[in-house]
Design a protein around this ligand. Structure first.
Ligand SMILES: [Zn+2]
Ligand SMILES: [Zn+2]
Length: 254
C-alpha cells in the first residue's frame, strides 16, 4: 500500500504526458509557422526565419548623423565642436543620452508598433538593439542598475504595460544588470512638445517621486527622446536621491 500519489505508474504517466506535451507544443509551433509565416514588421515580406524585421529593412535602418553632440546626440552642423548650443550653455542632470536613431522613418515606426499595436516582441527586439549599442560603447558598461521613466498607474492600466519598463528589462537582462524601480509618477502631465516654454517648466515639477535606492551609476531608459525634459526631470530626481551618474537611453529621437 502506498501513501503517496507518486507511484512508478503515476510517474511514468506523468513523464509520458510531459513528453507528449512538449511534442504537441513543437508541432503547434511548426504548424503555426507554416500557416502564418513570420513577416517583417516594417515591409510585411515573409521572413525566412523567426525575427522581427527582414535583412533589407535592418540594413536600411537610419543612424543619426556622424557629427553629434557628445552629451545629447543632437546633430551638429560644425564637426569641430563637441556640444550643441543647448548642452554648451546649461548644466544638465543627465550626463549622457544614447539614442539609436531618428524617430522619423523606421525607428519611429517600430516604436509605434510596439506601443500602440502592443507588439511586445518588437519591444524586446528594440531593447536588444539598445543593449548591443551600449555593449559596443565600453565606457558605458559600468552601471549599478537599470531603471525606466515611470507612468502613472492610470496610464499604465490604460495601455496595459509601460513600454520603457519592457525595454529596460531586456536591456538589464542583456547587460546582466539589476532592473530597479527607482521612480514613480505621482500625477498626469501634458505632452511637453505641445507646451510653451513657460508651461514646460511647471508641467513636470514634482511629477516624479523617488523610491529608496543606493545606486551611484544609473541607466535610465525611455522609448522616445522628444524635448528631453521628461528624461532630465527623472535624472534630476535621481541625483537628488544620491545618484552620481545618470545616462539615458532612448530608442528614437523625435
Ligand atoms: Zn522588411
Ligand atoms: Zn547636446
Amino acid at each position: 500500500m502506498t501513501t503517496s500519489g507518486a507511484t512508478p505508474t503515476n510517474c511514468y504517466a506523468w513523464l509520458c504526458s510531459c513528453r507528449l506535451f512538449r511534442m504537441g507544443r513543437r508541432l503547434a509551433s511548426v504548424l503555426t509557422a507554416a500557416l502564418f509565416p513570420p513577416r517583417c514588421a516594417l515591409c510585411s515580406h515573409e521572413l525566412s526565419c523567426m525575427g522581427i524585421i527582414c535583412s533589407c529593412c535592418e540594413a536600411a535602418l537610419p543612424s543619426l548623423a556622424e557629427s553629434r553632440c557628445q552629451r545629447c546626440g543632437e546633430p551638429l552642423d560644425d564637426p569641430s565642436i563637441d556640444l550643441c548650443l543647448r548642452c554648451g550653455v546649461s548644466v544638465h542632470a543627465t550626463d549622457r543620452i544614447i539614442v539609436l536613431g531618428p524617430y522619423r522613418g523606421s525607428w519611429g515606426a517600430l516604436v509605434r508598433i510596439f506601443k500602440f499595436e502592443k507588439e511586445v516582441a518588437v519591444g524586446n527586439w528594440l531593447g536588444r538593439q539598445m543593449a548591443a549599442t551600449l555593449m559596443r560603447q565600453q565606457e558605458l558598461h559600468h552601471f549599478d542598475a537599470v531603471t525606466y521613466v515611470p507612468m502613472t498607474r492610470k496610464d499604465r492600466r490604460a495601455r496595459g504595460f509601460n513600454q520603457a519598463e519592457i525595454l529596460a528589462r531586456v536591456i538589464a537582462r542583456q547587460l546582466d544588470l539589476p532592473l530597479k524601480r527607482l521612480l514613480t509618477k505621482s500625477r498626469n502631465t501634458r505632452l511637453q512638445s505641445q507646451l510653451t516654454a513657460a508651461q514646460r517648466k511647471t508641467n513636470l515639477q514634482d511629477a516624479f517621486r523617488l523610491l529608496p535606492f543606493d545606486c551611484e551609476r544609473v541607466l535610465l531608459v525611455d522609448d522616445i527622446f522628444t524635448t528631453g525634459s521628461t528624461i532630465e526631470e527623472c535624472a534630476r530626481t535621481l541625483k537628488r536621491g544620491g545618484a552620481q551618474t545618470v545616462v539615458a537611453a532612448a530608442i528614437a529621437r523625435a
